[in-house]
Write a protein that binds this ligand. Structure first.
Ligand code: ZN
Ligand code: ZN
Length: 277
């Protein structure tokens, strides 16, 4: 019998390609025992990826949870963006939605010292085009990659301390659109910043995801956090949860060898499962 779980799941309430029900039906058909939804949180400016009907999303996940009881354990979560000066406190969203868990993520970075008014004031480090990353780096950080990367990790640290999300989302996603052009991930200044964040995850006793999306989308050859960082994380025994960051039903299966890799390095604390028993 299969025991599979996934807690990083999107739907067409945000930028996903399928309805909540389609995601659930696919999961049930493929032997998942638990499925957590984590749509992109509503944001106070126009954009193409976040939830606009927040009540509708929460209500429908709750209704499906009831309907599928005994077949699959559905939980209501949200992938919340931490944006200094714009979205700093997760509590109102947690309370309004009655959330069962949160994934804390950084995708949007304001320039230092700027209180962002809308998306034009933010460096978007995610998305499908690396050109957006390059343009934002130039516009908001004058092309200074070290300042931009430092701002990313510091913003993430601030989020962890202030909000203690249930799961830390893709902690080194800043490396994705870099494509080894501006920096190499083994440069000491970069590694120091990444390890500072990981040691904070440990101090705060949080769970970190192992996000596989970069690999199956062909955007990045590694997990987030990278294999290199996962090896360093072993010393702290940070609990990890493999998440596919699914935006379509098929994505739910794309674990991309994460469990096998974690087993190969004897990673000590793996919370999710994806195996035959
Ligand atoms: Zn994300
Ligand atoms: Zn996501």
């Amino acid at each position: 019998m299969l025991f599979r779980t996934n807690f990083h799941t999107h739907s067409n309430y945000c930028d996903g390609k399928a309805s909540l029900r389609e995601m659930v039906d696919f999961a049930v058909a493929h032997g998942f025992t638990a499925l957590g939804f984590s749509g992109h949180c509503p944001l106070p400016f126009e954009n193409t990826f976040s939830i606009t009907d927040y009540e509708g999303y929460c209500n429908e996940v709750r209704a499906l949870k009831e309907e599928y009881k005994g077949r699959i354990d559905i939980s209501l979560g949200l992938e919340i963006d931490y944006i200094p000066g714009m979205l700093e406190d997760f509590t109102p969203l947690i309370e309004r939605g009655g959330l069962e868990y949160t994934i804390g993520s950084v995708h949007l970075i304001p320039p230092q010292g700027v209180v962002p008014k809308d998306g034009n004031d933010l460096w978007m480090i995610d998305g499908s085009r690396y050109e957006t990353y390059d343009e934002g780096l130039m516009k908001h950080y004058g092309g200074d990659i070290r300042s931009g990367v430092r701002a990313y990790f510091h913003q993430q640290n601030e989020m962890l301390v202030r909000n203690r999300p249930t799961i830390v989302g893709h902690p080194d996603k800043i490396a994705m659109h870099n494509r080894s052009r501006y920096f190499k991930e083994d440069e000491s200044w970069y590694e120091e910043l990444a390890l500072e964040t990981l040691s904070l995850i440990h101090e705060l006793d949080l769970i970190c995801e192992v996000n596989t999306r970069g690999i199956y989308k062909g955007r990045h050859p590694d997990f987030y956090p990278s294999r290199r960082l996962l090896k360093a994380m072993k010393q702290w025994r940070i609990p990890v949860l493999v998440g596919t960051d699914a935006h379509a039903p098929d994505d739910l299966l794309r674990t991309e060898g994460a469990f096998e890799y974690l087993a190969s390095i004897d990673y000590p604390t793996i919370l999710s499962s994806y195996q035959r028993r």
